[in-house]
Design a protein around this ligand. Structure first.
Ligand code: ATP
Length: 344
């Protein structure tokens, strides 16, 4: 990076999977309200707090950011440092690089309110609070903090002075809260809509939407898994081999349900649950070349939900499974006979 003679710059990172109007609105609004001379938009290679899901490559996400910010290149620069670096994209590593070129006072890390509430789980967040200021924007469905006790625990220790929209930190830096116009877009929802063929023009720039369509970035998994009943049997067999308990599978094609097939099983500990799910994801990736389109609870191992479109898999810690009684939801569906599998 060239030495830059700029006074006030922003850094805006994200997975941008896909880049949506919420992201663009945030960058434009903050740049304007705070008179930033430049905002560096930095697509992550892999957000360490998110599990990898099926979809575009890192370079395709970079391309979406370049296309989406094309009209704003007078003050926006899309940077591929995290994509070049590969591996987990830690903000502290990126910030260390920028710290060589800018004084901490000039640097403003822009994040949405949702990201802010988990900020004290970021790697070396204490260091981040020394190396730059934070700008936290509103996001639909999230309240900005009213008082000091609403702040993430790890940030409370650094507060020197609290005023609703401005916090002075003991590190010499500050946090500013900025209300921006609500753009009710979330990448997770947009991915779902795209896969189900629903309209998304409200959430994406025209050019980004075109790029997604031309390159079929979010095509349903059916193009790679042709027979979901056979896939369900295969997954059931694989879970059985991993010593799961209480394995059941349901055909839901005749009832109103979020998927055509579903599997439920348990593990004997949260470790067993996470390891079964991790191994299963790997096996399916190797055999079918797909990752789940949605994935929840993998790290905690209490209730892991793997969404493969027409098949949704629930792997529970057995004792948590009793609490939910999910099977009742599918009693109108047809239970698939797995006895042959279990006799194997
Ligand atoms: P997901 O829905 O999968 O969590 P996302 O829509 O939050 O994804 P990211 O790429 O993770 O997209 O977000 C990058 C940054 O943009 C984060 O700081 C996030 O808080 C912020 N952001 C995302 N959507 C909005 C929005 N609609 N309004 C304001 N900020 C947003």
């Amino acid at each position: 990076m060239e030495k830059q003679s700029l006074n006030k710059v922003g850094i805006f990172g994200g997975s941008f999977n896909p880049l949506h109007l919420g992201h663009i609105n945030s960058v434009i609004s903050v740049a304007e309200k705070m008179s930033l001379e430049k905002v560096f938009v930095i697509p992550a290679y892999q957000n360490p707090n998110k599990d990898p899901v099926d979809g575009p490559s890192a370079n395709e996400r970079l391309k979406m950011a370049e296309i989406g910010f094309q009209p704003y290149l007078d003050f926006v620069e899309v940077v591929d440092v995290e994509i070049q670096r590969k591996g987990n994209s830690y903000t502290i590593d990126t910030l260390n690089m920028y710290a060589e070129h800018f004084n901490a006072e000039e640097l403003h890390l822009i994040i949405g309110a949702d990201a802010f509430y988990g900020f004290d789980r970021w790697k070396d967040y204490q260091e981040i609070l020394k190396k730059c200021n934070l700008v936290v924007t509103s996001r639909p469905g999230m309240q900005l903090p009213f008082s000091q006790k609403d702040l993430p625990k790890g940030i409370q220790d650094f507060v020197a002075a609290f005023d609703r929209n401005y916090i002075e930190l003991t590190t010499g830096r500050h946090i500013e809260f900025i209300r921006i116009e609500d753009v009710d877009a979330s990448a997770t929802d947009i991915r779902k809509k795209l896969r189900n063929g629903l309209r998304v023009e409200k959430f994406l720039s025209f050019e980004v939407e075109n790029f997604i369509k031309e390159n079929e970035l979010y095509k349903p998994l059916d193009s790679r898994i042709s027979d979901f009943r056979a896939f369900t049997m295969k997954v059931a067999e694989s879970l059985w081999q991993k010593s799961c308990i209480g394995l059941r599978a349901f055909d839901l094609t005749d009832i109103e349900a979020p998927s055509e097939y579903t599997i439920i099983c348990s593990g004997t500990s949260s470790k067993h649950v996470s390891s079964m799910a991790n191994l299963l994801i790997q096996e399916i990736k190797n055999e079918y070349g797909v990752l789940p389109v949605g994935l929840e609870g993998l790290r905690e191992g209490r209730w892991v939900l793997l969404d493969y479109g027409s098949l949704i898999i629930h792997v529970f810690y057995d004792y948590v499974r009793q609490e939910y009684g999910l099977e009742n939801l599918w009693k109108e569906g047809k239970e698939i006979d797995l006895t042959k599998l279990k006799d194997k």
